[in-house]
Design a protein around this ligand. Sequence first.
Ligand code: GDP
Ligand code: MG
Length: 345
Amino acid sequence: MRRDGVPSAGSAGATDPGGRQGGASREASDDRRKGGETPLRASEAPLRVQRAGFVSLIGRPNSGKSTLLNRLVGEKLAIVSPRPQTTRNRITGIRNLAGAQVIFIDTPGLHAPTGKLGAFMRQTVERSLEDVDLVCVVADVTEPRHPDPETLAMLRDHRGAAYCVLNKIDRLRSKARLLPLIEAWRAPGRFREIVPVSALTGANCDRLLASIVDVLPEHPPFFPADATSDQPETFYVAEMIREKIFALTHEEVPYATAVRVEELAERTTPQALYIRASIFVERDSQKGILIGQAGGMLKRIGTAARHDLESFFGIKVYLALTVQVRRQWRKDDRALREFGFLMTS
Ligand code: GDP
Ligand code: MG
């Protein structure tokens, strides 16, 4: 992604009263359409139907929602972890196609922790079901129950169109095993389509994308065509650092971690991105683990994050990380807001 391809929080990322980022521009384009402003000149007339809409991905933790989002958007946006519940914030990715714009919403898993952070995560899931054009329920074919009642229950309050995405088909030993699974998920009669995919290998993901576009309403794009996300880029920097902490540390440490980007500046001579970020933990012992012997752990986290950030931004990155203790931040409203975990409305 080009750095300038990400709209800043002040533009497309404006938060509407319903709390959805980008909602403001959605209304703006609705108005434009209704108001029937300046008619298009012949040379500007669209050659084909333009579609645009919002799609949310829901499903159990670890079913592969973030992997699928990254696959469908074609950029590394959501953090992926073999452990559940690493996606705390709502993440949207935008896929621009000829004639269509698909805006994806990734959600945290349903088994959110309790307390304030848990409440935030549940609220994010509920909001992601409001006012979307399509819900894609992602189910892991390696799980034992089909259909999984808890996954079906997530759709209880959603009246609109839903697809069932049967993910991880690369892990099935034979194709023949897929048919009974498709039948099982078809049985409740809730899904307009059942699409088997592998988010990991990309198998059948193009077909899924084409089916998604089919159900989107006719609408002009909500975001500029070069946008791939409506989140400010500091959010991705923080998420990528958090992903490395998840990969390299264990037990309670990653869950007690928040990352705040203090500075993100592009300098020209030599051309590079300078990033300064603080990692917050709840206890001194966690701080010790994150820093590691002779700073070794923090160095590994920084190197791994810098590597990903350089390929994400396509520019050399200097990354300075510090670790601070903020006792009980997960129970502290002010800290949660500061770290971006509280809704503004
Ligand atoms: P989420 O919690 O639903 O967002 O799940 P993630 O996208 O973080 O994925 C959880 C784990 O499943 C990760 O280890 C992924 O690499 C893995 N995974 C996701 N999709 C697939 C797939 O299609 N095939 C296989 N074999 N693994 C997958
Ligand atoms: Mg996820």
